[in-house]
Design a protein around this ligand. Structure first.
Ligand code: RTP
Ligand code: MG
Length: 138
């Protein structure tokens, strides 16, 4: 057993489309535990820290602008190998390419929307999870 914690964000598109409950349902159906949860209207500085690794990339500014469009739901999720496991539940970054059965594959929209509108974020390593959980939860 490798019990881990990860940060899941329901991004502004997921909140606006009222998919937060469905996303939490899938997390719990997989057997993971919701340990903490809050709705946040992030300020730019928090997003700059969250996405520090992407600064300078072409999609960075559109990504930050998109994340400022509305509230996000931040979820602390615990479970065995949950960091990797949630990313499998989410599906690959581009919703067009995400497999059916995944959150992005089932609900991600293809009609002219940018890749950043992909419903969820999940931490990608133990180090990222610790850093991101510290950023979104006190
Ligand atoms: P996330 O961090 O949100 O869980 O997603 P990820 O690991 O699958 O993707 P990552 O490479 O970390 O990128 C972070 C977010 O930036 C947006 N993105 N847009 N080419 C593009 O327009 C592009 N590439 C990435 C997505 O919102 C992605 O989730
Ligand atoms: Mg990432």
């Amino acid at each position: 057993m490798a019990v881990e914690e990860t940060l899941v964000l329901v991004k502004p598109d997921g909140v606006a489309r009222k998919l937060s409950g469905e996303i939490i349902r899938r997390i719990e159906a997989k057997g993971y535990s919701v340990v903490d949860l809050r709705m946040v209207q992030p300020e730019r500085s928090r997003l700059e820290q969250h996405y520090a690794e992407h600064q300078g990339k072409p999609f960075y500014e559109p990504l930050v602008a998109f994340m400022l469009e509305g509230p996000v739901v931040a979820i602390r999720v615990a479970g065995d190998r949950v960091i990797e496991g949630f990313r499998v539940l989410a599906g690959t970054t581009d919703p067009t390419l995400a497999a059916p059965g995944t959150i992005r594959g089932d609900f991600g929209r293809d009609w002219g929307l940018a890749v950043q509108q992909n419903l969820v974020h999940g931490s990608d390593s133990v180090e990222s999870a610790q850093r991101e959980l510290g950023l979104w939860f006190d």
